[in-house]
Design a protein around this ligand. Sequence first.
Ligand code: NDP
Length: 266
Amino acid sequence: MPKAPDIAAHDASPLTGKTVLVTGGAQGIGRGIAQAILGAGGCVCIGDRDVEAGKACIDEWQAGTRAHFIAVDVAREASIQRWIAAALKRFGRIDGLVNNAGIAHPHVAPLSELALSDWNRYLATNLTGAFLCCKHAMPELKKHHGAIVNIASTRALQSEPDTEAYAASKGGLVAFTHALAVSAGPNVRANVILPGWIATDAWRKPSERSKPSLSRRDHAQHPAGRVGTPEDIGALAVYLLSEPSSFITGQSFVVDGGMTIKMQYA
Ligand code: NDP
């Protein structure tokens, strides 16, 4: 009889030797993901349009050559191409891409007042930006059995009034992810995380940083008993970027403390 596989030790640094690009990585959830990547032994290149926030990350992390910031606007293809080329020059390889940059404010206007320019602005950043980053990073990701993690929202599944543009951009990102996973496999995997309420106040640039002001009710309404943090998203992103998740692709993961499985009838 063949010997059963040995007990494998848990790898606390599964991203050692890997480089991951994170859009919108200088603040909020993106910064949480970038820090989780560094904590897992990886190198990170954050791309963000907020230069003050990007510089603050590099100052505060003190991660040496493992962390780098390059200004990028994911709504502009030429800017994305420059960002990816510069990251490749700096690190010599790209193993992972996290498409996190987005207009995070879901409320725009009632449909009758929703300007086409506003609709297009949400789609351009939240959906087209992810498409363009995937397109231009793909040749390099394919060389290294890379992984893509997109950041959508539970608003791809449920809504408040006057949030059509945001919801459509995030629903599009979910569909884009499973289509991409089928096309890009087996060399590249793609998954999408749908965060619920994530408190980002403590993860903003120093000039705007504050302690989250959350009530007992804010926390208690969640089946998990609390509002989420960027670390909650970072932990799953690291898993989806690393080897132990190599049989997982095209999937959507809700990280919302249980809010979308809770019965809502009044
Ligand atoms: P934040 O606004 O806190 O951080 C986003 C960062 O991305 C900012 O630094 C922002 O810069 C930057 N950014 C925005 N647009 C662009 C762009 N076109 N190109 C490059 N960088 C850009 O957002 P969150 O951390 O709250 O959200 C991150 C992602 O998670 C978003 O996609 C959001 O939709 C999603 N999400 C967030 C939830 C939450 O509760 N926080 C819940 C569900 C999903 P600037 O400050 O200049 O705008």
